[in-house]
Each structure stands twice: as structure tokens, then as C-alpha cells.
Design a protein around this ligand. Structure first.
Ligand code: 13P
Length: 249
């Protein structure tokens, strides 16, 4: 049985007071799910506060990135050890916004993922094609290369400690969602691709969908055989919407 996960990627949203308010609304609200693990990924500056609120609750904490370096003269970077001291369990890696605005490569994501897993955290590794790539029929080529590159050198054990998120770039923040069938096709493709590392670990790998997931489209997506949860951006910033998506799982 694969673990289902509903994760909120807050991106660059959430001052400390806003974090407190949103997390209290989630904790006090009906945000439990019988099936899915609930994860929130606030900005770095909110993690310490978030940990204080979420400790002992059913909601797990994630970060939106981490440095590939362990420590030292890397101005602005945040290390795995720092994340561990604030109760982080998941780390989003290779989000398309990092790839696009910070030229993050598959190789760097791969380095970060190995460091993250080696320290007992779970990476949520993001892959996805642009609209131009989809229109040229390159979706499988692009996503396949991202999967191969970000998971390069992974053992079955490492794959078993990972989560992948398929986020078509054209569906992020645009209100355009992949249809459940379109998403399912790519999810099945990804699972098949990682079966090359280890078929059993591939079968157990949670593959989340991300890109304009909203309360009204979540159910159709989450019903698909190879869609094991959602990585939610905008709708995770409103407690009611995020709870509705959790309830759709
Ligand atoms: P939206 O849900 O706002 O489209 O964002 C998706 C995303 O990028 C999650 O990581």
C-alpha cells in the first residue's frame, strides 16, 4: 500500500504571524485524513514557529529547499542540520521555480536528495515539462531525463525513502490543470521508469501531482491509480481549501 500525501507548498508566502494563523486554523480545523499524510512547507523563516505549533499533531513539516553543502561559507544557504533542529521531515527539491529562476540542475537536485535521505529526511523531488515541451511531444523525454538525472545512483533503499512530484510547469499557478487522464499517463510513465531501479520500490513510491490543484478538481486527480497525493501551491494558503483537498484524498 502506497502512502498517500497531501502537501502544501507555501512558496514565498507566510510571515511568522501569518504562519501562526494558518497553522492554527489547520490544527483546530478538520484537517485529518484517514488515508493521507498531511505536510506543510512554509518558508525557512517560519519553520521554527511552525514546529512549535505542529509538534505532537498529525501535520508534518517540510522545507522548500536545502543546501547541497553540509556547512561553511555559503552565504544564504540553509543546511540539512539546520532543518533537523526545527523538526523538518520533508524537503521539496528541484521545484520548477528553482529550476527556472535559479538554474537548478538535475545533478544538483540529485546531490541534495542523497544528502537529505542520508540524514533521515524525505525528499519530494519535482519533475515536469513546460507547455512548449508538451506541445512538441517531448513530455516523456523531458520527464524521463529529469527522473533519471535526479535519481542517478539511487539504490532500492534510497528510492524507498523518496517521494516524486509531477508538476507540469504549464499548470503551476495558471489555473490550468492536467486532466486526471493526462496526469495519470505521466505518473504511470514515471513509475515504469523508476522500476528500472527496483520494481518493488517503484510500486511503493508515492508520486504526487502538482499544478493548480483545487478543492473542485482534487478528487478526480486523486482517484487515479498512480496519483498518490498532491503538492498544492495557492490553495494550501487558505485553510478551508487545503482542508477540502485533504478530505478529497
Ligand atoms: P499551484 O497549486 O499554485 O498551481 O502551485 C503548484 C506548485 O507549484 C506546488 O509546488
Amino acid at each position: 500500500m502506497r502512502q498517500m500525501i497531501i502537501a502544501g507548498n507555501w512558496k514565498m508566502n507566510g510571515t511568522v504571524p501569518e504562519t501562526e494563523a494558518l497553522l492554527k486554523a489547520l490544527v483546530d480545523g478538520d484537517s485529518r485524513s484517514g488515508r493521507a499524510r498531511v505536510v506543510v512547507c512554509p518558508p525557512f523563516t517560519s519553520l521554527y514557529t511552525a514546529d512549535g505549533i505542529l509538534k505532537g499533531t498529525h501535520i508534518a513539516l517540510g522545507a522548500q529547499d536545502v543546501s547541497a553543502k553540509e556547512k561553511g561559507a555559503y552565504t544564504s544557504e540553509v543546511s540539512v542540520a539546520m532543518l533537523l533542529t526545527v523538526g523538518v521531515q520533508y524537503v521539496i527539491l528541484g521545484h520548477s521555480e528553482k529550476r527556472q529562476y535559479h538554474a537548478e540542475s538535475d545533478r544538483l537536485v540529485n546531490e541534495k536528495a542523497k544528502l537529505v535521505i542520508g540524514n533521515g529526511l524525505t525528499p519530494i523531488i519535482c519533475v515536469g515539462e513546460t507547455l512548449e515541451q508538451r506541445e512538441k511531444g517531448l513530455t516523456e523525454k523531458v520527464v524521463g531525463e529529469q527522473v533519471d538525472g535526479t535519481l542517478s545512483g539511487f539504490s532500492a533503499d534510497f528510492l524507498g525513502k523518496s517521494v516524486i512530484a509531477y508538476e507540469p510547469v504549464w499548470a503551476i499557478g495558471t489555473g490550468k490543470t492536467a486532466t486526471p487522464q493526462m496526469a495519470q499517463e505521466v505518473h504511470a510513465f514515471i513509475r515504469n521508469r523508476v522500476a528500472g531501479i527496483d520494481p518493488k520500490a517503484a510500486e511503493n513510491l508515492p508520486i504526487l501531482y502538482g499544478g493548480s490543484v483545487k478543492p473542485d478538481n482534487a478528487k478526480g486527480l486523486l482517484e487515479q491509480a498512480d496519483i498518490d497525493g498532491a503538492l498544492v501551491g495557492g490553495a494550501s494558503l487558505k485553510a478551508d481549501d487545503f482542508i477540502a483537498i485533504i478530505k478529497a484524498a
